[in-house]
Design a protein. Structure first.
Length: 391
């Protein structure tokens, strides 16, 4: 899962849960933007309706049933895309005709696709070349640190896919929502609560059962659960906890597209250095991928990252943060079904499904707690637009 994966989704949930803002200024000078529009722009989506002359948002305050159903369809499609993306990565690693187990190269290739988010900004600035393309938000140092954290999340996730079953990897990775809550507690971005305790305890119990329960391989070519693979998958989820909190603390919603684009560019530089080090040390010798491997990497990079996360954000705006959280973790039972029934790679004891249920329950509790609590940032002040309103 690229484009921040659970980290990005935790970030979008954090701004989508904000209370609505009224427009505090009209076109006398710089305009202001309500939280509905902030939600859309933070997800890379332009508002579906302009501000009215009265200063109220043209977006409907209540979501009609048809929009809610469309949102559910979008979220369901995204769950299938995420599971498909993970299975595609394992196919790239294990298929004898491909045999391209290069997690650093794959991470560099996929994270680089985020640079396409600079294209709209570049197109807008073509008519104003004197302005250039500048990041009017966090400092370069902040973006570089966020990029390093993001690359770590992606690299450990891709590394773990070579050494875990599809279902086990999905289960452990889905606990990132829980770790985001824990990191928020440590850095005082969240407040402790009973639901929070249920969230953490249930998820930890589920992870423990999943790791200790194990699975039996029914396909000799299928990845097998290893301690290193499970540790890296869990490490990726924990890193996402830090990533999502750092992103929410330092990046404004209206800067999100530009920041993501620059993260894609910086990932190319960081990944190139790591690939060179891997080649020199022999840990990951450089190898030019075949055409088929490049096609799979492109498909995985866009379907499993940019497109899936964009569609997920649209589904969130059409439903609710809680519904989107539950939909995110429907990937757990779907991955078990695909692993055991569709691909027929592993058979599981009773402990694995029970662990999956406990992680699912913990994440739902975290989603309910997140929906009920007040957002950490103040939402009672207007946010300025960068462009003045037209008369």
């Amino acid at each position: 899962e690229q484009l921040s994966g659970p980290g990005f989704r935790a970030y979008v949930r954090s701004i989508a849960g904000a209370a609505p803002l009224k427009v505090a200024a009209t076109c006398a000078g710089r305009g202001t933007l309500g939280s509905d529009e902030l939600q859309a722009e933070g997800a890379g989506i332009m508002p579906s309706a302009p501000l009215s002359a009265s200063g109220e948002s043209g977006l409907l305050p209540l979501k009609p049933a048809a929009s809610f159903i469309v949102g559910l369809v979008l979220l369901s499609a995204v769950v299938l895309l995420w599971v498909f993306s993970s299975a595609l990565t394992q196919f790239l690693y294990n298929d004898p005709d491909l045999d391209y187990e290069k997690p650093t190269a794959l991470t560099t290739f996929c994270t680089a696709t985020a640079s396409v988010f600079l294209v709209p900004q570049l197109v807008r600035r073509l008519g104003r070349p004197q302005e250039g393309i500048a990041l009017e938000g966090p400092s370069f140092r902040t973006v570089a640190l966020i990029t390093a954290n993001w690359f770590l999340c992606q690299w450990t996730f891709n590394l773990s896919l070579a050494q875990t079953a599809l279902s086990t990897n999905t289960l452990l990775s889905s606990s990132s929502v829980v770790w985001a809550y824990v990191v928020g507690l440590v850095f005082a971005r969240s407040r402790p609560s009973l639901l929070g305790v249920v969230c953490v305890a249930s998820a930890l119990a589920g992870v423990t059962l999943a790791v200790l329960g194990g699975s039996r391989s029914t396909d000799p070519r299928a990845p097998k659960d290893t301690l290193v693979g499970e540790a890296t998958a869990l490490g990726s989820a924990i890193a996402y906890g830090f990533f999502s909190n750092g992103l929410a603390a330092h990046v404004r919603p209206q800067d999100m597209s530009a920041v993501w684009g620059y993260m894609g560019l910086l990932s190319i530089a960081l990944g190139s250095v790591l690939m060179a080090l891997g080649h020199l040390t022999g840990l990951e010798p450089f190898e030019v991928p075949s055409r088929k491997a490049v096609g799979i990497m492109l498909l995985n990079g866009f379907l499993g990252t940019s497109i899936s996360d964009y569609v997920w954000a649209r589904g969130l705006l059409l439903t609710s943060p809680l519904v989107a959280t539950v939909a995110l973790n429907m990937s757990i039972p779907v991955s078990f079904f695909v692993d055991a029934v569709v691909l027929r790679q592993h058979a599981f004891s009773w402990t694995a499904p029970l662990g999956a249920f406990l992680v699912f329950l913990g994440v739902v509790a975290g989603g309910v707690e997140e929906t009920m609590r007040e957002p950490a940032t103040s939402t009672d002040r207007p946010v300025e637009l960068w462009e003045p309103c037209e008369a």
